[in-house]
Design a protein around this ligand. Sequence first.
Ligand SMILES: [Zn+2]
Ligand SMILES: [Zn+2]
Length: 226
Amino acid sequence: MTASLTDILAQSATHHRHICPRQVLGARTGLLAGRLFNLPLPQPEKRLIAIAETDGCFVDGLSAATGCYVGRRTLRIEDYGKIAATFIDSHTGQAVRIAPLTNIRELARQYAPSARNKWEVQLVGYQHIPDELLLCWQDVELTVPIKQIIGRPGKRAVCEICGEEIINQREVIREGTVLCKSCAGESYFHYVELTAFHPLLAPPAAMTPEVGRGGRVGATLDEVLR
Ligand SMILES: [Zn+2]
Ligand SMILES: [Zn+2]
């Protein structure tokens, strides 16, 4: 039996230290996904996968409603800065994207007649607007298959440049060479100059370019692929 919205919001608020309108939208979105797929929530297994298009409060409500968490590998963030999420039934492959309708801020007033301010209007209104007037949903097809998005949990590889272990099938194969995404040039960071370290503290060995960490000392991507 799916938990009530009130119970879900109480649980979401404990993670979050407060309750807010976006948590309500996350919870409502998650509950609708359960209804559309006819799955009991919060899910006891890992059948339902969520891809949220933002982080923050919305996701806390979504997680509390569905049991989809980053730690369970049932929640991913594709940060488009949008209050929206796609849910995938990993058994059937069916995928549905759910987003709030664009007029709900104004509509909320009708569902929260005694609210004292805009924030309360949204907090209360979003709990009472019917699904059909709060959210829109549409079947979608993922551009990357769900199996590939999840990867193979038991799989391990070692990057041939940095020597670090890669789990969940996230390695990149370039001309037969196994690379992590960082070394393949898809990195979100680059190492700073060694002078950035405190002079009294030696930098970790892995960060010293001449030493390197992997089997190919100080090798660049070009050198490895040559
Ligand atoms: Zn919040
Ligand atoms: Zn690497």
